[in-house]
Design a protein around this ligand. Structure first.
Ligand SMILES: Cc1cc2nc3c(=O)[nH]c(=O)nc-3n(C[C@H](O)[C@H](O)[C@H](O)COP(=O)(O)OP(=O)(O)OC[C@H]3O[C@@H](n4cnc5c(N)ncnc54)[C@H](O)[C@@H]3O)c2cc1C
Length: 419
C-alpha cells in the first residue's frame, strides 16, 4: 500500500479544518493536506441556505452556501491540496492514518494531525423513541440535504422536535419547501433561544404560525409506509395527544463525530462526547490536535473557524519545538452544568480559543454563581444573570495561572435558582 507524507494532515473540510489550513499557510507552513469525505469541501454550511454565517471570522454575513464558497475560493487561491471523496477510516501509526476513496486505499503519515470532523444530531433511533420508523423522519442535517441538496419533496405538515437555535433552522428550511410546521416540541419549560435570535423565533411563531409546545415529549411515531401522526405526552400532566403530520424533524441533541478519535485511543470526555483537549487544543496523543464541533457539539460556524485558527498556531508551535504536555488535570462539571470545553488543563499557559471556556447547562438557571475549584481550593467565581439549556456561555480563563498541573482535577459547580 502507498504511504504518502505531509507536514500537516487536516481531517474534515468544514469551517474549522479550512480556517486552520489557511492560517497554517499564512504562518508559512507548506505541504498541508485536507481530507474530506464529501465530494466538496465547506462542511455543514453548504446546506444551510439561510443567512447568519461568517461575522467573526470573515467579517461579513453570508448565507451558508456563500460562506462555504468563500472558503473554497480561499483554499484554491492558497493552493492547499484537498482530497475530496476520501474518508479517513483508521490509524496505522501514532500520526499515520488509512484513507479510502474511489481510487482505492492508501496511507498518509504527517508530522501533525488536526481532527476537525464536526458533529451530528441524534436521530430518532438513538433517542429511543418508540413506534414505527416509516418514511418522513429527519434530522435538520438530513432535511437540509433532501431539500437543498437533492431537491426532493418532503411532505405537507411537519412537527419539529426541539425548540433551540437549530430547530429554528429546521423551521426556516421547511418554510422554504412550503411545508407548514404545526409545532415545535420541547421537554423544557420554555424555548431555548436567546438574543440575538429572538426576532427569528418571533418570525417562526407569529408569521409562520409554528407553536412552541413546552414540557412535552415524543412518546410514539405512528404510520407504516409514511409518518401519519406523532403521539405527544405532557411531562406536566401525563396527558397524551395524537397530532396528525407526515414529517418529523429531530433537532439538536448533538453527538461529536468521534469515531476516529476513539479508534485512535484518544482520551475522551463523556460530557461533550468529544476528545479531551486543553486550551491549545492538544489531545492526549502527541501531534494530534482537535478543533470545531467535534469538541462539544454545534456552535456557530465562525466560532468553529476561529478554533481552527487557534489550533493552527498551536500546530505551528509544535512543528518548531516538538513540545507536548504530558500530564495535566481534567476539567469536569457538576449538575446542573452539562459540559465545559476545553476540558483538560495540561499547562496553565495554554489559554482556550478566544480566551474563554464554553459551557452549557442542563436546565434553566437564574442568578447563577459559577465556581471553579481544584480540590477544595476556589480558583474562580463568575456571575451569570440567566443560563438557558442548549445555549453556550463563556467562562473567563485568567484563573488558569493558579492551576497546579500535578494537582487534583478541576471542578466547575453552579449555585443558582432554577428558573
Ligand atoms: C442545521 C444547522 C444550521 C446552522 N446554522 C448556522 C448559522 O446560521 N450560522 C452559523 O454560524 N452556524 C450555523 N450552524 C453551525 C455550523 O454549520 C457549524 O458550526 C460548522 O459547520 C462547524 O464546523 P466544523 O468544521 O467543526 O464541522 P463541519 O462543518 O461538520 O465539517 C466537518 C467535516 O468533516 C468531514 N468528515 C467527518 N469525518 C470525516 C472522515 N472520517 N474523513 C474525512 N472527512 C470527514 C465531514 O464530511 C464534514 O465536511 C448550523 C448548523 C446546522 C447543523
Amino acid at each position: 500500500m502507498t504511504t504518502n507524507h505531509c507536514t500537516v494532515l487536516i481531517i474534515g473540510g468544514g469551517p474549522a479544518g479550512l480556517a486552520a489550513a489557511l492560517e497554517l499557510k499564512h504562518l508559512g507552513i507548506d505541504n498541508i493536506k485536507i481530507v474530506e469525505r464529501e465530494a466538496e469541501i465547506g462542511g455543514v454550511p453548504r446546506f444551510c441556505h439561510h443567512t447568519g454565517f461568517g461575522l467573526r471570522d470573515l467579517r461579513r454575513v453570508y448565507s451558508g452556501p456563500a460562506y462555504a464558497r468563500e472558503y473554497q475560493a480561499k483554499i484554491a487561491k492558497a493552493k492547499i491540496e484537498v482530497l475530496t471523496s476520501t474518508t479517513v477510516t483508521g490509524w496505522t501509526g501514532p500520526r499515520q492514518v488509512q484513507m479510502t476513496s474511489p481510487t482505492g486505499i492508501r496511507e498518509m503519515a504527517a508530522q501533525a494531525i488536526l481532527l476537525a470532523t464536526g458533529c451530528r444530531e441524534r436521530p430518532a433511533a438513538a433517542r429511543l423513541v418508540p413506534g414505527n420508523r416509516p418514511a418522513g423522519i429527519f434530522t435538520t442535517g438530513s432535511l437540509q440535504r433532501f431539500i437543498y441538496g437533492a431537491e426532493q419533496s418532503i411532505g405537507h405538515r411537519a412537527i419539529v422536535v426541539g425548540a433551540e437555535l437549530v430547530s429554528l433552522s429546521a423551521v426556516l428550511t421547511l418554510h422554504h419547501a412550503q411545508i407548514p410546521v404545526a409545532q415545535m416540541i420541547t421537554e423544557h419549560p420554555a424555548h431555548q433561544i436567546d438574543w440575538p435570535f429572538i426576532p427569528a423565533l418571533w418570525y417562526a411563531t407569529r408569521r409562520l404560525g409554528s407553536k412552541v409546545t413546552t414540557q412535552t415529549e415524543v412518546s410514539r411515531i405512528l404510520g407504516h409506509k409514511r409518518v401519519e401522526a406523532i403521539e405527544l405526552t405532557s411531562l406536566k400532566t401525563g396527558e397524551v395527544e395524537t397530532v396528525a403530520c407526515d414529517t418529523i424533524v429531530f433537532t439538536g441533541k448533538w453527538i461529536a463525530e468521534h469515531e476516529l478519535a476513539r479508534l485512535g485511543d484518544l482520551q475522551m470526555d463523556k460530557a461533550t462526547s468529544g476528545p479531551q483537549v486543553d486550551g491549545a487544543l492538544h489531545t492526549s496523543t502527541p501531534g494530534v490536535f482537535a478543533a470545531g464541533n467535534l469538541l462539544r457539539g454545534a456552535e456557530t460556524a465562525d466560532h468553529a473557524a476561529l478554533e481552527g485558527r487557534h489550533a493552527a498556531h498551536s500546530i505551528a508551535h509544535f512543528l518548531v519545538n516538538a513540545f507536548w504536555p504530558q500530564s495535566g488535570v481534567a476539567f469536569c462539571v457538576e449538575a446542573p452544568l452539562a459540559w465545559v470545553a476545553p476540558n483538560r488543563v495540561f499547562t496553565s499557559l495554554a489559554t482556550p480559543p478566544m480566551g474563554k471556556f464554553l459551557f452549557q447547562v442542563q436546565q434553566f438557571c437564574s442568578r447563577s454563581q459559577l465556581h471553579v475549584y481544584q480540590g477544595d481550593r476556589l480558583l474562580h467565581s463568575q456571575t451569570f444573570a440567566r443560563l438557558i439549556p442548549n445555549c453556550s456561555y463563556r467562562l473567563d480563563s485568567q484563573w488558569l495561572a493558579g492551576v497546579d498541573g500535578q494537582g487534583a482535577p478541576l471542578r466547575m459547580t453552579v449555585d443558582s435558582r432554577s428558573a
